[in-house]
Design a protein around this ligand. Sequence first.
Ligand SMILES: Cc1cc2nc3c(=O)[nH]c(=O)nc-3n(C[C@H](O)[C@H](O)[C@H](O)COP(=O)(O)OP(=O)(O)OC[C@H]3O[C@@H](n4cnc5c(N)ncnc54)[C@H](O)[C@@H]3O)c2cc1C
Length: 408
Amino acid sequence: MSQMDVVIIGGGASGFFCACELLIQNKNLKVAIWEKTSKTLGKVRISGGGRCNVTHDAREVRKLLRKYPRGSKYLRAKFNNFGVQQTIDWFENRGVKLKTETDFRMFPITDSSETVAKCLENTFYHLGGITAFNRSLESARFSNDEWHLVSNSGEEFIARYIVLAIGGLTQPKANWLNSQFSMKTTPLVPSIFTLNIKDSDLHELSGLSVSEGRIKYEGFKQDYEGPVLITHWGLSGPAVLASSAWHAVDMYHLNYHTIVQVGWIAERNEDKVREELNVHLELNKFKKVGNSAAFDLPKRLWNWILSNAGIDLEKIGGDLKKDERNRLVENIIRTKLQVSGRTTYKEEFVTAGGVDLEELNPDGSFKKQPKLFAIGEMLDIDGITGGFNFQAAWSTAFSAAHGILKSY
Ligand SMILES: Cc1cc2nc3c(=O)[nH]c(=O)nc-3n(C[C@H](O)[C@H](O)[C@H](O)COP(=O)(O)OP(=O)(O)OC[C@H]3O[C@@H](n4cnc5c(N)ncnc54)[C@H](O)[C@@H]3O)c2cc1C
């Protein structure tokens, strides 16, 4: 394997996809993957709770782009060339049929990530690809129109092209990229996390959720709608995870300490909520307020909201004073909670920040270094949960493969 056409550094989702696409288009190419560990596609195998959320059924590029807090401008052309529909077709053409769930996440019909991993591995090996396990790139030098690579064991190799696909960056990886290839990276911070809230009464409600909640951080305009789930450490659910991705950098600077405002119902107009609450209290005017939950809220959550608003649960509905009703409305649409840290979501750690996209040509090659590409999560691109991170991996990998094929 001393002389290759393309060496791909990193045997994850993007590395494999790029390698497969290169060989599908030109099976005479000599393509090798260097994987620093003893197994490839580790993240694909554990992804989506073992089911692999391959992509998201958002086939319109404009809508898809809205799911990327960082990198959407760069991704536009990539998705136009290879978006959700092309991903579905690519996998289906290789025997992996995808299905769409009610929340638009797409999984293999087998509900097993192994199907996706095996599809990538079989395609690659069947077309003559080679993987070198426990091998990483130590250094690389470009001369005489080819790359001279030195591996971790000190062996030397030659390749016409290098594709870097090393996954989410850590600071040491970013430093290495900078020293080796003068590659600039943006600050690295965690994205996609749940919120820690020190409130034992809230923790008691662990497992309860609302389907049409809302999350907003104090001092920021944007809010995030969707299900909100109460956990035994604070808050989770799609609205929380989306807010954490969009505010990954802000939250990092706040050291994950800030006030979050939680809306427990879809309606956000104060007057309309007050009106509906008054109708509810009138209908239940002889009942204890703690016994008649409004807005179809779970009873235990309703009681927690009442307590937060300083209202005695034993009080009779019809007796609630104007200021008590106002406090209740405020707590239904804007319960304020102190955030005191973050917790990684189901080990689904995604890095915000990475290789500065200004450094790249549209096909993913470096402006400063010839025949060197970067793809996948190592770029300053990240999506919210729901299959968007894999979609970015497939699309950037496809683009690099075709960039190489064009210039080959
Ligand atoms: C638990 C979990 C679940 C997830 N579930 C989903 C999901 O369902 N849907 C979704 O869209 N996203 C999901 N993600 C995110 C998704 O897995 C990543 O965005 C995606 O794997 C990125 O692909 P990649 O090829 O860029 O990096 P990776 O898949 O991380 O691959 C990088 C590879 O490079 C290797 N490597 C690193 N450095 C070197 C080196 N110097 N030399 C050689 N090899 C090296 C690594 O060992 C690894 O094999 C999940 C992430 C996690 C952690």
